[in-house]
Ligand binder design. Structure first.
Ligand SMILES: CC(C)(COP(=O)(O)OP(=O)(O)OC[C@H]1O[C@@H](n2cnc3c(N)ncnc32)[C@H](O)[C@@H]1OP(=O)(O)O)[C@@H](O)C(=O)NCCC(=O)NCCS
Length: 325
């Protein structure tokens, strides 16, 4: 049984819920049950099915309606990573919602791209998509699930047992880079050590993701060393609105964090860039403000389950992306 069927609508419809004489207000049922029943009635014509490459243009339409930055290549990467964890909601043959559920190793799952067409919102479709993604991760035996919630979606996640972990802020703008010697592009032989550092900082192994990001745009990556040890790195990618910096990590050193940002700005030729900074890192807000970026929106990192490996958020300058962690 999937979480789509967390309640039994038929039993509910046949129960005292509909017994106006004995229970006129339906008070014998919890608010949650009543809400599920309303959602069920509103969205019975919705089919949730696996996403395919043919749905990418529909996914692009939905993310454009939300003003997000992803490209077709991002969608194709989600599908390549977790083909059975990507879902669409379809009404009357038209895709009106999406969700992706991905795994990092065996312990951590990530929910992203929860999108519903504005014309179909407030009918329980977002919740059904979330439940389908969670159900996929549950069936893989994943204990901890995380996501980065927009303010409008946070209540949806709270209702499914997610808790706040820390704040993330999207910053962006156009900044003039300064000359920045000493930081070089990531080469294949660097990846082992970078991925090991990243697993420590993020709290789960993202080798597959980082390798894909490196393969997609190697020119948007950089690594810094001190005495042969990795002290910082970044990956980046192109977006439909702006170049995206992340993950961006520096070992507790504000100066190095700033140098890495400068290097990314050089790579993108002074064009518009976005980064989602980790507010737990005390230095990074000042750094992005100093280059002339402005704050665009806030997100809340949330988790469900034991959160046994929280990583080291105070070392994270920029996350990999709200849909990636
Ligand atoms: C966030 C988003 C996915 C929610 O989609 P949705 O289909 O409207 O979600 P739901 O209908 O399940 O729930 C939304 C609200 O409608 C309410 N609702 C659900 N069914 C309802 C019904 N039949 N009648 C009235 N209200 C209903 C829910 O209780 C919920 O209320 P809340 O906000 O007070 O918790 C959608 O607003 C969206 O795409 N936003 C832009 C992108 C975004 O921010 N995505 C989240 C990324 S983390």
């Amino acid at each position: 049984m999937t979480n789509d069927n967390l309640f039994d609508p038929v039993a509910l419809a046949n129960s005292k819920f509909c017994d106006a004489e004995n229970d006129p207000g339906g008070y014998s049922h919890s608010t949650t049950e009543l809400r599920h029943y309303a959602d069920y009635k509103m969205s019975t014509d919705i089919e949730i099915r696996q996403m395919t490459p043919q749905d990418v243009s529909a996914g692009m339409r939905l993310k454009e309606l939300a003003g997000w930055n992803q490209t077709e290549r991002d969608w194709m990467r989600y599908l390549a990573f977790e083909p059975e964890g990507c879902f669409v909601a379809v009404r009357g043959g038209i895709v009106c919602g999406t969700v992706i559920a991905q795994r990092y190793g065996t312990d951590l799952g990530w929910i992203g791209m929860v999108l519903v067409d504005p014309e179909h919102r407030h009918q329980g479709i977002g919740t059904r998509l979330l439940d389908r993604g969670l159900d996929f991760l549950d069936r893989q035996g994943i204990e901890t699930v995380k996501l980065d919630a927009t303010p409008e979606a946070r209540s949806l996640y709270l209702a499914r047992g997610f808790k706040d972990e820390y704040e993330i802020e999207r910053w962006g703008g156009i900044a003039a880079p300064k000359e920045n010697p000493g930081i070089r592009r990531i080469e294949p032989h660097d990846m082992g050590r970078i991925c090991a550092c990243d697993a420590m900082v993020f709290g789960a192994d993202r080798t597959r993701l980082l390798t894909a990001l490196w393969q997609e745009v190697p020119g948007y990556t950089a690594v810094a060393h001190l005495s042969g040890e990795v002290t910082g790195y970044f990956f980046g990618r192109t977006g439909s609105l702006a170049h995206y910096l992340g993950p961006w990590v520096a070992w507790g050193d504000a100066e190095l964090a700033e140098q890495l940002l400068m290097e990314f700005l050089i790579r993108v030729g002074g064009e518009r860039a976005f980064v989602d900074i980790c507010v737990e890192n005390a230095n990074v807000g000042t750094i992005v403000e100093a280059v002339g970026f402005s704050r665009q929106r806030k997100l809340t990192r949330m988790y469900r389950g034991p959160n046994r490996s929280p990583g080291k958020p105070s070392m994270i300058c920029g996350i990999a992306g709200p849909e990636l962690g």
